[in-house]
Write a protein that binds this ligand. Structure first.
Ligand code: 6R9
Length: 653
């Protein structure tokens, strides 16, 4: 009896032990996996971030299929996860599925939390922010959708939106999505010619704009720019005009007062069931030939990819305030201010101002006032603010910040360190996010990763789930060609009206791969570092030089020598160049120079226009291409003059 008892006790304890052990294992597993991605609990054999990453690239259909079913609301389910063939530039995701993007971004959150703030419109005048709840944004969207329909906009049409960041701009984008029209947002700093080009290429019958914009304390006559543009756009039948300021502007028969007319519309607008691969939007981006390309993004794959990256790269949680200071006219605004953030039921900031208005503390004063948790900005702005000193940052309480992000160009180590140490008080992960208009969403970033995984300053580091980078040979000394070897749901589907240009640009250079146009290195740990565009390298006397390094040198030199005018030698390797600059003799040592003036030709989003520099160096100044996106067109003339002087034409001087 006793032995029986003992025996059963032993059996009992050992089974208990086993159960406890299994429980721990399960707990350990679900803990790890849940911290990576709760959806992944269903993936067998996956127990940590690297396992999940491998699963996402090796079992791409299962990964994306499961995530798409769980994260998006479908009207009808898809039958095929992916149907892609890089050799034809064919990319299709979630075929058979029907959904409405605006329902995913609005209605489903209105059902669960109607009074949650969707948008915080941080107007130019500090302290005058406007909060819009999900319920209000759905109402605005429906009224606008009904108005667009009344104006004759139909499924498949493309509406051009020329507006600064504001709730009506977001509602316009979502209204298009609701009624099945595509949108074409044009950055409201572009000239009338650039706008006209884009309206014509998109064949829009409708343009939505504001009477005036307000930025950095200055009033900009946006409606006037639209008036000039549409003179050369026969497709345009109406211009809807919202009132950002109280000033009246001349209205013609073509113009429709937006607020007045939308108030006449119903607050209910039936969402159209869209196919996964119907067009969601076009977004123009400059190509290396100078003619802008209208990249096409579609519904389901884009929405899924932006929402997943928004959630995991920035570690965004319910209730957080996401502060992306990009303009809605760029892909960053589309993917992370609007679609990714709203799909996740997030609260997202629309920043109308500039980093230095009314003073260089603007960002951080806003972070304090709005209690921003994730701050996402561009290295150009960080470098600018760094020069004003730490006090502008330290004056404000930044304890709400949890993650800092950077996008648009390589972030040099000095700026990265300052961002991390001063802005983030050394306690927030800094995510340098690499991606493009073409990729739809972030492809390489330090997060997600295992908890506590290291972050190396100035490096994008780790591919996102489903992204399989490949580095292929180039003739360029500074980096290999960054390619991506399998399709992901967020990638662009084509160039509007130019599918051949799409395949030629992205799929023919390296057959079997998507070519990004960027150069990159991979460290021995397997981390990726982006070194800049390959198609914009400067070629002098057979030596090709990557431009990220040039920029880095420019930045260091301006900082260390406080000179306004520097000479960069081109007939040398990047390494030689660095050495020369560090010995401060770059000015004398080399026979071939380009003078880089304090203001390089930059686009309004802060990118240096390398193709312009290259043309100057190649003395091809008649073929500078489209300069309409330049922030300060005079900078080009200054570079041309400087270069001529240095080329000997100025030897006498
Ligand atoms: C999102 C965006 C894309 C180009 C891209 C690359 C450069 C973007 C970067 C970066 C180094 C980063 N770029 N992020 N370079 N590090 N973290 O900016 O899209 O306007 O299409 O520009 O910007 O050269 O190819 P887009």
């Amino acid at each position: 009896m006793c032995s029986l008892w003992r025996g059963s006790l032993l059996t009992l304890t050992s089974s208990l032990n086993r159960r406890v052990f299994q429980c721990c294992r399960q707990f350990g597993r679900s803990y790890n996996i849940a911290s990576c991605m709760p959806e992944a609990v269903a993936f067998q054999g996956v127990s940590d971030h690297s396992g999940l990453y491998k699963f996402s690239v090796n079992e791409s259909d299962r990964f994306w299929g499961a995530v798409a079913r769980q994260r998006l609301s479908w009207i009808s389910p898809f039958h095929t996860v992916q149907n892609c063939d890089f050799s034809q530039g064919k990319i299709k995701w979630f075929e058979g599925g029907k959904l409405n993007v605006s329902v995913n971004c609005l209605d489903r959150h209105v059902h669960t939390c109607p009074e949650r703030v969707a948008l915080i419109w941080e107007r130019d005048e500090p302290g005058t922010e406007v909060k819009i709840t999900y319920r209000q944004l759905l109402e605005l969207t429906c009224r606008l959708g009904n108005l667009l329909k009344r104006q004759g906009v139909r499924r498949g049409d493309c509406v051009t939106i020329y507006m600064p960041p504001c709730p009506l701009a977001v509602a316009s984008m979502l209204a298009c999505a609701r009624i099945g029209a595509a949108h074409n947002v044009v950055f409201a700093g572009f000239s009338s010619e650039a706008l006209a080009d884009r309206i014509r290429d998109a064949q829009s019958s409708t343009v939505i704009t504001v009477n005036q914009g307000v930025r950095g304390g200055k009033v900009v006559d946006l409606k006037r720019t639209v008036d000039q543009a549409v003179q050369n756009c026969p497709s345009v039948q109406q211009v809807l005009v919202a009132m950002r300021t109280e000033n009246t502007v001349a209205m013609t028969d073509r113009d429709v007062p937006l607020e007045e007319e939308m108030m006449k519309e119903d607050v209910v607008c039936e969402p159209v069931a869209m196919d996964s691969e119907d067009v969601l939007f076009l977004l123009y981006t400059s190509g290396s030939t100078g003619k802008p390309k209208g990249l096409v993004h579609t519904q389901a794959g884009y929405l899924l990819y932006t929402s997943l990256t928004h959630r995991y790269v920035f570690n965004y949680h319910d209730g957080d305030v996401f502060g992306c200071v990009a303009d809605i006219g760029w892909i960053t605004g589309h993917s992370y201010i609007v679609y990714g953030a709203l799909c996740n039921g997030g609260t997202t900031v629309l920043f109308e101002s500039t980093p230095v208005y009314p003073n260089p503390g603007r960002y951080w004063e806003m972070v304090e006032r709005l209690e921003i948790n994730q701050f996402y900005g561009a290295p150009t702005a960080i470098r600018l603010l760094l020069k004003y000193g730490d006090e502008w940052v330290q004056n404000y309480n930044r304890s709400s910040l949890k993650t800092l992000g950077s996008v648009g160009e390589p972030i040099n180590t000095e700026a990265w360190e300052w961002y991390h140490r001063v802005v983030g008080d050394g306690r927030c992960p800094v995510v340098d996010t690499w991606w493009q208009t073409e990729t739809g969403g972030i492809c390489i970033a330090p997060r997600p990763a295992d908890p506590e995984a290291e972050i190396v300053p100035g490096m994008a580091m780790r591919p996102f789930y489903g992204i399989k980078p490949a580095l292929l040979d180039t003739e360029v000394v500074t980096g290999d060609a960054l390619c991506i070897s399998q399709a992901w749901p967020g990638m662009a589907r084509t160039i509007h009206n130019h599918h051949q240009r799409f395949t030629e640009t992205y799929f023919q250079p390296y057959p079997g791969f998507f070519f990004t146009g960027d150069g990159a290195h991979r460290s021995k740990e397997g981390y990726y570092q982006i070194v800049g565009r390959l198609d914009d390298v400067i070629n002098v006397s057979g030596h090709r030089l990557g431009t990220a390094e040039l920029e880095d040198v420019v930045v260091c030199t301006i900082k260390s020598h406080q000179i306004k005018c520097i000479y960069i030698a081109l007939r040398c390797s990047a390494q030689q160049l660095r050495e020369m600059v560090s010995r401060s003799i770059a000015k004398y040592a080399c026979p071939d120079f380009i003078q880089v003036v304090r203001c390089l030709p930059k686009t309004r989003s802060g990118k240096i226009m390398r193709r312009v520099l290259r043309k100057v160096v190649e003395r091809n100044t008649d073929e500078l291409g489209d300069l309409s996106t330049l922030d300060d067109p005079d900078s080009v003339h200054e570079v041309i003059r400087g270069h001529r002087r240095l080329r000997g034409d100025g030897k006498q001087q």
